[in-house]
Design a protein around this ligand. Sequence first.
Ligand code: HEC
Length: 381
Amino acid sequence: MSSYSHDSDGPKSFTIAWIATSALLAAFVLGLLVFPPLYDAPKGEASSMVLFVGRFHPILLHLPVGILSVLCLFELICSTQRGEQKYGEASLLMLILGAAGSVLAVLAGIMLSREGGYVGGNFSLHQTMGLVGTAGVLIALVVRLMAMGRESMELLNAYRALYFISFGIMGLGAHFGGNMSHGNKFLTEHAPAAVKGPMVAMEKWMLSFVEKPKAEPKTEPAPEPKADVAEKPTPAPASSGMPAPAAPTTPAPAAPAGGGEKLVFQHVILPVLTAKCNKCHCEEKSKGDLRMDTYEMAIKGGENGKNFVAGNLKDSLSITRIMLPDSDDEHMPPEGKDQLTPEEIALLKWWVEQGASGTQKVGEAKFPAELQATVDGILKG
Ligand code: HEC
């Protein structure tokens, strides 16, 4: 075993560094036990304190990014014996601070996800790679301390390999976090063609591991929110019928889902809105002042009104925002959130085009043939 020595006093024990490292490991494990990483956290359960801390995630993450990047440079210098003698302890300090920053950022990130609505490929990769990268950096820290205690160059090399791999995983994970707030095209949009192709391909390849295929509803096991809605006795949809649904103020005299007959809005359209929009547009959270948990509210719209205008796709704010490119700030659902499938979009458009009715019965509706499977899937819940 090749060895080096720090100075003439022989091997050091690094007691304080070991204590800090143990504390970090404990904080990471305990934190994950209290806030287990979920891939579709239910909203409304987290305390406001958790949500408050969670919002610091975008600030906190800069700490490890900065420190660990500088550490990469230091580790290159430390790969020689002399370098290690001179800068080994400085690197150790950076590694501890960077690991601490990563632990904080990861835990705050998990708390942030408790706001609900964080689903989709970018989020899955961001969370998974952030966790794996941080765990890797922590293990690397332990290995570095062992190496320094034993003054072993071999262990140090093993540490460095582990560190660079972990840092790489973290960096890629961070990229998918960036996609969540800036849109998938943010980094690649202005890239030279030669770089853009491989980058986009690599990103797609990675996302393909975690993204659900845009599934035919037939093969898809019923997503819970839909089932939930089908069961709930929701208020009667407004009357005013098919041709003039733009004035939905008169409440429907009819009983909900008259005689067990299912209604197009209540049982086909609303489940889609509930699953894809209403995490942010319902009673608990009405972003843009928009709620869509009942027919009246969905028609009325939010700040800018005109949410669904019968027979007019262009004037229907929800439709126009759905149709914007994913990367557009106004696109709905926002980038990184569970998106509508092409079938769901076609269904919403069909519903608006043929009158945005709240009372039309499923049995009397003429769904386009290519959407029948989707409709059946939704009806089955
Ligand atoms: C993750 C949260 C989230 C989801 C999911 C979401 N939205 Fe939004 N939505 C927002 C926020 C935030 C705003 C307000 C800021 C803005 O206007 O962009 C908003 C605003 C809107 C507005 C503008 C309302 C107005 O009158 O100004 C419309 C329309 C809208 N959303 C439609 C939808 C539709 C349709 C879906 C589902 C397909 C959806 N949203 C899903 C967060 C969300």
